[in-house]
Design a protein. Sequence first.
Length: 321
Amino acid sequence: MSSIPQYPTSVITGGAGFLGSHLSDYLLARGHRVIALDNLITGNVANIEHLAGNDQFTFIKHDVTEYIYLPGEIDYIFHFASPASPIDYLELPIQTLKVGALGTHKALGLARDKGARFLLASTSEVYGDPLEHPQRETYWGNVNPIGPRGVYDEAKRFAEAITMAYHRAHGVATRIVRIFNTYGPRMRPNDGRVVPAFTVQALKGEPLTVFGEGRQTRSFCYVSDLVAGIYRLMLSDCSEPVNIGNPREMSVREFAETIIRLCASASTIEFHPLPEDDPQVRQPNIDKARQVLDWAPTMALEEGLLATIEYFKGLIAKGAI
């Protein structure tokens, strides 16, 4: 692991999002000064309102597809800005492409100017509907570039390409994390992903919406595990992509049944047509993370889900959903 400055300054783009806000907490707890940038197109100030008054935390409303100017020294840049759920990038296709291309370019420019280390939050979606299972970092993917999901998949693939270009051409210290399904408190209840969708439906006693026959598989990593892995990657000497996720795989139908049981719900399961290009399997091979970062997830699925369910119960009790 690389040495850490005594009082490092970290910039997080997308800092008011689900992952960005948890990363802010994690870095602040480790003595970092954190500057969070977010245009709030999918982020939410409610995710960071508990940091108001913390003199080590600064929030700036800014669209990172525009020039980024920040005075002073910066040690680390975590580039997390992007719509990240199917509902978001289907409603915001141009913005998704712009933040993956222009936003990554601007954030890399800042890293080069400041001599900062840069970490790109990429995604398992770069593997598309994979023909290799589980997915290793050496797999190049099976992506439909003109399909409805292509705006997100290709935005992230381009972001990886330009990140490596800055590493090779300009000597920027870059890191790339490929994030697999992550869940936990502060997820948006209506973002279209299975954890918030199933949880809210179960808590309200509504049918759980399962696409296809529910045989497609997913793996779920709790947010605290993910953030710890990302921090280790930033401090490592690994410039190649690294998968961070939980290799425990389960079918979507099995996951729906688990949510119903943990919510003590009377909800049933309702089947709907499968969306176009929906991946049939998704499971990370995390051998590289184990070997290079000495990292593996530790949170048990049910324990993490119970904490997430309590969060959504609180939103329902407040009338927020």
